[in-house]
Design a protein around this ligand. Structure first.
Ligand SMILES: [Zn+2]
Length: 99
């Protein structure tokens, strides 16, 4: 079981309280009328499925009911950091895990 730190509650809680909501940092096209069908399709349906570090959106369903981001290793399941939506991750694939 994962133990996840909620940046809103400032507490580490069990995984059962949370729901994963897919890839984080998905940007909606700025000009919808000028966006091609292919770009809309990519925005709506296609997500990264990396082996290694991944930025994910999670929801604290049985707690504060707020969304936040998690940087997690998809191989080891290790969570490197959690941060609020709108903030940038400090751990990225090119920087590696800061320890
Ligand atoms: Zn919370």
């Amino acid at each position: 079981m994962l133990h996840i730190y909620c940046p809103h509650c400032a507490e580490t809680r069990e995984e059962e309280e949370f729901r994963p909501k897919g890839e984080a940092h998905i940007a909606r096209p700025v000009e919808p009328e000028a966006t091609s069908d292919e770009d809309w399709g990519n925005y709506l349906f296609f997500r990264k499925n990396p082996r290694g570090l991944h930025h994910e959106l999670w929801y604290h369903a049985a707690g504060c009911r707020k969304f936040f981001n998690v940087t997690r290793d998809t191989v080891s399941y290790q969570i490197h950091e959690t941060y609020k939506v709108g903030q940038k991750p400090s751990v990225t694939a090119d920087k590696g895990a800061a320890k």
